[in-house]
Design a protein around this ligand. Sequence first.
Ligand code: UDP
Ligand code: LCN
Length: 812
Amino acid sequence: MATTPVADSMPDALKQSRYHMKRCFARFIATGSRLMKLKNLMEEIENTIEDKAERTKVLEGSLGQTLSSTQEAAVVPPYVAFAVRHNPGCWDYVKVNADNLSVEAISPKEYLKFKEMIFDEEWAKDDNALEVDFGAFDYSNPRLALSSSVGNGLNFVSKVMSSKLGGKPEEAQPLLDYLLALNHQGENLMINENLNSVSKLQAALIVAEVFVSSFSKDTPYKNFEHKLKEWGFEKGWGDCAGRVRETMRLASEILQAPDPINMESFFSRLPTTFNIVIFSIHGYFGQADVLGLPDTGGQVVYILDQVRALEEEMLRRIKQQGLNMKPKILVVTRLIPDARGTTCNQEMEPILNSSHSHILRIPFRTEKGVLRQWVSRFDIYPYLENYAKDATVKILELMEGKPDLIIGNYTDGNLVASLLANKLGVTQGTIAHALEKTKYEDSDVKLKEFDPKYHFSCQFTADLLAMNAADFIITSTYQEIAGSETRPGQYESHTAFTMPGLYRVVSGINVFDPKFNIASPGAEQSAYFPFTERKKRFVKFGPAIEELLYSKEENNEHIGFLADRRRPIIFSMARFDTVKNLTGLTEWFGKNKKLQNLVNLVIVGGFFDPSKSKDREEAAEIKKMHELIEKYNLKGQMRWIAAQTDKYRNSELYRTIADTKGAFVQPALYEAFGLTVIEAMNCGLPTFATNQGGPAEIIVDGVSGFHIDPYNGDESSNKIADFFEKCQVDSIYWNRISEGGLKRIEECYTWKIYANKVLNMGSIYGFWRQFNVGQKQAKQRYFEMFYNPLFRKLANNVPIPYEEPLPVAPSD
Ligand code: UDP
Ligand code: LCN
């Protein structure tokens, strides 16, 4: 193993504090094999070097740096193997012999074997244990080099394409081929076979640009279409002379000397995307009365808003291209016969506030017929293959051909998107929302413990397959890809990991891959607007919200009451999952008298009878909430309201809380993105949100809201209390934070910015995939090799719940 920065610096660093380090390492290994996290290492160091000054001295300099960048250490006496992350995405592995403090660089594989030794020694020692190496197919792929550029793939790909297209006519041939292939249902777009060489295209562009310039800018395309067609140009360049001229100039400049800015602008103008399929399979996917049902949360909100934003942007682009076809977007989800009063048993449903987008629902088919009931996202794997087959037939029929872009959401949607995109040869994007792996500590290496309940063997395999199959990956934040200084990203955690007994991933995904792009969602601004916009406010909800918050009686919509309504309200709303930590917030509030004297607490989520929940975690959380209200005697200061499903009313609820000069609190143990955070900020409600995950990036602490540590309840509740105390003495402080939040949203978190970026990705990566055809095919073979024998087997092990057989087609 070649040497690495840590392997180089660590021996000297250990030597300098040899006495203390020998004692520390002896202590690390004293309890035998185990996995230590940074916190455990530091505790042991503290216990060994009791003198603080001595300890500080030891932890200064490069040893301290290495230790504090250590994510975990696998102790297998006499060795301690360290996984050191010195920068986002950059890892070093070393093993230290505790007896003599010798240091040796090790490969990711060797490190993983150390971990396996702790959990499954037999597997670790098996030379023929299955190993996964997706990196082996990426030999020729260009990579980003800087951690700070991660997530900016589009920009990087435009640069690489610029250099590949080079400026010499023969180097621009792939672009010419791409333009020649552009069509809509067989009708050529942009150019036709008359312009079948780069030099012909270049010459024609010069003539055509001069010709088009002779018309006034707003002359409609049809006035000069005929002449352009004679020269080999087809529709798509623009709707008027001004636009056509600009697009032609961009094309000429790219052919002459490509540069990334022109490249991106040119591709954003190309007529490439008319039909999009979006897979979002699990949950109850509907437009009303679904939020609050298990597994059904932000993903549904995200997709419906995403569709509307994409449709709007597609319509704008199509018009500017001078075309008149209608875009089509299909959101493909699961048809659930037992729809619990929702529309989830309907096959097709137009998407509200859109003109050309529909929900298409396809049932889960089993040997016994159609599965009637909801199944948890953790149990969804046995149905996906049939689902993909059925979906393909229906999509091809409804779209009258192949879609131009397939986007998957979450593990199930991404796997099906990969199967379909592979089969149809269509550009594929994926969105994870939340990769489950990072939500559950050590869920990979403790697979045997987790698998019966969560089926992570299926989930992590599907995630790995989909992220490798995708042409581009859309993420909401940087942290989702490469984490923060201290915490690895969700994708980054798939770089090297092991599931003893199943397989060892020595190279799963590379966060420096230019397929990663950050495109953050927004909140629909027709609903979520500032509380100060009085004229727009949905006053009709006033009485209902008044009742919801302040009526004294308890019923099946709310329990608890607020005795002193003059106090500001701290508000939280989420699904009732453990990870959302609504019970945590209630406990912080219960324990913090100072906070209780300043504010009331309102929680929206779940419902009150745990026996009615089909979801394992939800039922436990509901029970816990009742216990906490009892234990801290919170009635009088707290209102718990059952899950609310009306987006417009909810937006008014956020604003009503803002009227009380309150705050929104998002206390999740981990939050991938956090739509409620941006909903609250859009309404001008100061927001305290978890520092674990996306919200840490959305909010600039102290400027556009505040970060709170969900693992340190006392500190967090004091931070909230301090804010309200400060507001009492500084009359403009509350407004400053409210305005800071609004400013942040306008700059970074709107659906318009999102739709523009995603359509650009579809266009540029559609071209990019043609540069890497051979490699893509090889990867696809590897995908199949995995999918067929391994994934299928794992999926078939997931139990199918007892079902009432139905005839093949659902009747309701
Ligand atoms: N939501 C809701 N009613 C509830 C709880 C949540 O309408 O009782 C909505 C909330 O407004 C947001 C989404 O569900 O739009 C939750 O998204 P988020 O990203 O915060 O969390 P997720 O549920 O996706 O993990
Ligand atoms: C799923 C989650 O867990 C949230 O963090 C996101 O905000 C939501 O999806 C939408 O992307």
